[in-house]
Write a protein that binds this ligand. Sequence first.
Ligand SMILES: [Zn+2]
Length: 87
Amino acid sequence: MKTASALALQTCCPIRRNLVEQFAIAARLHAEAVVVLSHAVPAVVDFAESCNAVEQARQECETAGAAFREHVATHGCWDYNPGAPVH
Ligand SMILES: [Zn+2]
């Protein structure tokens, strides 16, 4: 027996689903990089290197977010979800 959420997963656009998962992973990695920076010991951690790691993670998050938004905009698949409320 399939649950409602399992059905929603099956019927939504698989590309969109993959892109939003990549976006979520990139956002987590960005947050993690900031947390690492917040715990860094200034005497032993290179400042520029730490900032670069955060910036790189931020850019990857931005790229993933842009890919997700662009896919939804061009594919028009955001509304393709029978479980979503109809406006
Ligand atoms: Zn799509």
